[in-house]
Design a protein around this ligand. Structure first.
Ligand code: PBG
Ligand code: ZN
Length: 334
């Protein structure tokens, strides 16, 4: 025995004691996943019927209202009580200003009405508020001389949010990343008698390559250019706090960080700066990568999904928006 070993007594500090049995590990566990944290996104067609597979997102489909209602009914039985709806528009419905976005007969508005009529308070309906699926240029705001025209975009976004609230949405979720949109939406909702409609802001949304499969699913890729003049630069984290605190000041009820897995540091930084509930959006590319690897037999899907969801929760997210939601509950992966 060397001299130094006497200053260290093995056995006094043994973290492994708490890992010895499943019960001990459960007792010492710090992070807990619950079904009520999960939000399942859906792509909604503007039709009663229809079911279209999305090649890059196995297990996720574009659905007409009948199919959507069936799917949600099954999900509710699994304890999946929250949906986030994305609407689709036909090529003929897309215009420079994306007016279809606020049409009371639009995909999201009709689907929201039917879901709330069918399931009432059993289901929280959240709706994505953004122009990109409805503009012919595919950008999230209006364009003037090839550049984003921020302030005139706000009233269109506000009209869209009000139409969703009118259809019965519990939560509207602006994903456009225009400056000032949270305040504009809150004012418009309040002025239209929708003071009880909650606002979940995509506060910290990065210009990310992980949105690739979504843009195929929602047919919302920009026809020219990219989204870097409005979505955040992946190199920035301090700026994330600025965005989050502005949205809180403008009246957001829930903040969001998106994507999730490459931005866990940002989730944890926002968590430390705000007392609002915080959502993490486990985006399409994150889902597709797991699915592709699992289909090849390269990873254990259940274990990887669980680990990913735990990572988001451990980083500080209270709400997990994930395409894995249904599979995770059906397979008891949590
Ligand atoms: C539209 C929108 C996008 C996503 C949510 N809303 C795409 C984008 O901004 O290009 C991404 C969701 C995902 O990838 O799962 N503003
Ligand atoms: Zn958009």
């Amino acid at each position: 025995m060397s001299e130094s070993s006497t200053s260290f007594t093995p056995g006094r500090q043994r973290p492994r004691r708490l890992r010895r049995t499943p019960l001990m590990r459960e007792l010492a566990s710090e992070t807990h996943l619950r079904a009520s944290m999960l939000v399942q996104p859906h792509f909604v067609l503007n039709s009663a019927k229809g079911l279209e597979r999305i090649d890059s997102m196995p297990g996720i489909d574009r659905m007409g209202r009948a199919e959507l209602l069936k799917r949600v009914e099954l999900d509710l039985k699994l304890g999946l009580n929250q949906v986030l709806l994305f609407g689709l528009a036909s090529e003929e419905q897309k215009t420079p200003q994306g007016e279809q976005s606020a049409d009371q007969d639009g995909a999201v508005q009709r689907a929201t009405e039917e879901l709330k009529e069918e399931f009432g308070a059993e289901l929280s309906v959240m709706t994505d508020v953004c122009l990109c699926a409805y503009t012919d240029h595919g950008h999230c705001g209006l364009l003037a001389n090839g550049e984003i025209d921020n302030d005139p975009s706000l009233s269109l976004l506000a009209n869209m949010a009000v139409s969703h609230a009118g259809a019965g949405a519990d939560v509207v979720a602006p994903s456009d990343m225009m400056d000032g949109r949270v305040g504009a939406l809150r004012d418009a909702l309040d002025a239209s008698g929708f003071g009880n409609t909650a606002l979940m802001s995509y506060s910290v949304k990065y210009a990310s390559a992980y949105y690739g499969p979504f843009r195929e699913a929602a047919d919302s890729a920009p026809a020219h250019g990219d989204r870097r003049s409005y979505q955040m630069d992946p190199r920035n984290a301090r700026e994330a706090l600025r965005e989050a605190l502005l949205d809180e000041a403008e009246g957001a009820d829930i903040l969001m960080v998106k994507p999730a897995l490459a931005y866990l540091d940002v989730i944890s930084a926002v968590r430390a700066q705000s007392n609002l509930p915080l959502a993490a959006y486990n985006v399409s590319g994150e889902y597709s990568m797991v699915k592709a690897a699992a289909e090849n037999g390269w990873i254990d899907e259940a274990a990887v999904v669980r680990e990913n969801l735990i990572a988001m929760a451990r980083a500080g997210a209270d709400i997990l928006i994930t395409y894995h939601g249904r599979d995770a509950l059906a397979g008891a992966w949590l």
